[in-house]
Design a protein around this ligand. Structure first.
Ligand SMILES: [Zn+2]
Length: 245
């Protein structure tokens, strides 16, 4: 499809077709992997050298990881819907993981766990990284993020501009990666998987088998995130080796 066609259809969608309701018969689903959060983790690593990169990766994405687990266990919902805008292909209902108070509680939990683990200097930074997820989501989500467990929905809605949203995610990751400056094969592989995975999820149609299987579709997002965190660990290890040679 030509980009002008897509823009026209997006415009008409915003004015003509109302959003599809979350229905009980709808299949549960989880949305797109969002990589911009990892850009912040890369940049934080440059400033706070003592904190492992994998801890920062885990922290910035913890809110989503908790959401995936809650979706798999049926507590939260993310229902598939057809939409020309790939950022709007999920009706989400994430009252706990993606509420401001929920994110604050998760940040506080990470803070205390790291304090108990005698990682005092990591604790406030990792907690702020956890909270940063909600703040970045607030910029892009339409008003579907709550302040307190489902109450008072907010969201500035940058996703209404899909090309801008897509570019911003890529720019955030690239900028963070360049700022940190890890140049080793695992670091390059991680960047490639982040960018290619996100691009694929935005521009490639999902196979029906994945689309129609709620648990599988959530795992398709959860597993890559776990791989990214593992690769963050190995890329730092390899970088350390390179520096000591
Ligand atoms: Zn999120």
């Amino acid at each position: 499809m030509r980009s002008s066609d897509l823009i026209c259809r997006l415009r008409s969608r915003r004015t003509a077709s109302p959003p599809v309701n979350l229905g009980v018969s709808r299949k549960q689903d989880e949305g797109i992997m969002f990589i911009g959060h990892y850009g912040l983790a890369y940049a934080a690593k440059k400033k706070f050298r003592k904190i492992p990169l994998w801890v920062l990766f885990l922290s910035v994405q913890l809110v989503d990881l908790v959401a995936f687990i809650l979706i798999l266990s049926g507590v939260e919902k993310a229902a598939y819907r057809e939409d020309i805008n790939p950022f709007f292909r999920t009706n989400i209902d994430l009252p706990y993981s993606h509420s401001l108070v929920g994110a604050l509680l998760l940040g506080a939990a990470v803070y205390w766990i790291l304090k108990l683990a005698k990682r005092k200097s990591w604790a406030p930074i990792a907690a702020l990284c956890v909270l940063s997820h909600w703040v970045i989501d607030w910029l892009v989500h339409t008003p579907d993020l709550s302040i307190l467990f489902g109450c008072c929905k907010v969201g500035l809605g940058l996703w209404s501009y899909p090309y801008l949203s897509f570019a911003l995610e890529i720019i955030l990751v690239l900028a963070g990666w360049l700022i940190l400056g890890y140049r080793n094969p695992v670091s390059f592989l991680l960047l490639l998987l982040l960018v290619a995975g996100f691009t694929g999820m935005i521009f490639v149609a999902e196979p029906e088998a994945v689309k129609n299987n709620a648990s599988l579709r959530t795992l398709v997002v959860l597993v890559p995130n776990m791989i990214f965190i593992a690769l963050a660990y190995f890329s730092e290890k390899l970088q350390g080796k390179k520096a000591s040679e």
